[in-house]
Design a binder for this molecule. Sequence first.
Ligand SMILES: Cc1cc2nc3c(=O)[nH]c(=O)nc-3n(C[C@H](O)[C@H](O)[C@H](O)COP(=O)(O)OP(=O)(O)OC[C@H]3O[C@@H](n4cnc5c(N)ncnc54)[C@H](O)[C@@H]3O)c2cc1C
Length: 394
Amino acid sequence: MEKIDILISGGGIAGLITAAAFGAEGLSVICVDPAPPVMEEGAAGADLRTTAFLAPSVDLLDRIGLWDRLSPFATPLQVMRIVDAGGAQPVPRLIRDFDAAEIGDRPFGWNLPNWLLRREIAARLSQLQTVRFLPGTGTADIVPRDEGPVVTLSDGTRLRPRLLIGADGRNSPVRQALGIGVRTFRYGQKALAFAVTHDVPHQNVSTEVHRSGGPFTLVPLPDRDGKPCSAVVWMESGHETARLAALPPAEFQVALNARSAGVLGQLQQATPLTEWPIISQIADRFAGPRTALIAEAAHVLPPIGAQGLNMSLADLSALVDLMRADPGNADGLRRYDRARRPDVYARLLAIDALNRASQAGARPLRDLRAAALGGLYGIAPVRRLMMRAGLGVS
Ligand SMILES: Cc1cc2nc3c(=O)[nH]c(=O)nc-3n(C[C@H](O)[C@H](O)[C@H](O)COP(=O)(O)OP(=O)(O)OC[C@H]3O[C@@H](n4cnc5c(N)ncnc54)[C@H](O)[C@@H]3O)c2cc1C
């Protein structure tokens, strides 16, 4: 049975970054995933979402030697614009800009396509002698023990890591093997994710348009075919996303432009639609004997305020600090759970409330939402507090 420092179950973006982080610490790392990463935009199964990395996450990516590879492809996010279009007609009736310049001298974050992240992070892993990334191999069996789990991989290899990290998604096999339960909040919602080109330049402004069904978000990307380009996340009830996805292209185009309320002029769909189920979920514990859960294995949030993967990188930052000297130490894992779970839970409740407010269909509720946004925005200290809280800095 091979002994290693760290076994990471799951090579999604969170698992890959985790491998790079512990590998950079000089620890021996194996990262497994039964699904090889799709690393081209046009390939079948490509993840066409983008990830907005907030400033604290970028600092971590820099420390672990990833940011130099990623920064040439990243688009800065200087302003978060909230648009309420919840009146009688689908047009903007309230626009509020949260400008990063008000709280510091850096943008809020930087946006990158997920397929490209997989390509660049996998390339970085291949440079690290400490890391073995095994796409096509999964964790098949986990026997939890106080002295450390025994893990059998799908190719029959047995491993006894000092620390097992579950980064294996919302249905995490590691979490299930440890018998850790979850609390799940359902919204009956899905998100359509795709890219658009548009007439009006985005000027590094990320725009969230609220009417009903959930937010419609445009996140800046580099120009495409000589035209300004943005990533769209369009949240609606599952029935509505199914209807939209089945529309002929010309009718989809009309629906798309009605929902965007014209904030960037005419939008033109530039990539196929991908559909993502939306839930909130939190694990009852983030750690067990010589085992830690991170990212969606520990928490899932609706894509509002770019919290999902950014919280995962906050998990990772804490875990690296507590584990670098002695991976799997029980005291460090207890402290990891105590440090991360309350912060995640507070954010989950806040995002849950924002999502439900954005779903509101009835006019009085939509009017109340607009009034609350206008009122909170108008109080400068509250506005700055909201911006700092969104970034995860005090
Ligand atoms: C539409 C949308 C937009 C988003 N935008 C943002 C954003 O802008 N900013 C942000 O911070 N977050 C965002 N998020 C959230 C972010 O995308 C997720 O937090 C992140 O992708 C989850 O990554 P993960 O690695 O935890 O999970 P996953 O991507 O689900 O990866 C889990 C991996 O585990 C593997 N696995 C499963 N079983 C096994 C096994 N037995 N053994 C080994 N591996 C296994 C799977 O194959 C998979 O590759 C968004 C989410 C959505 C839905």
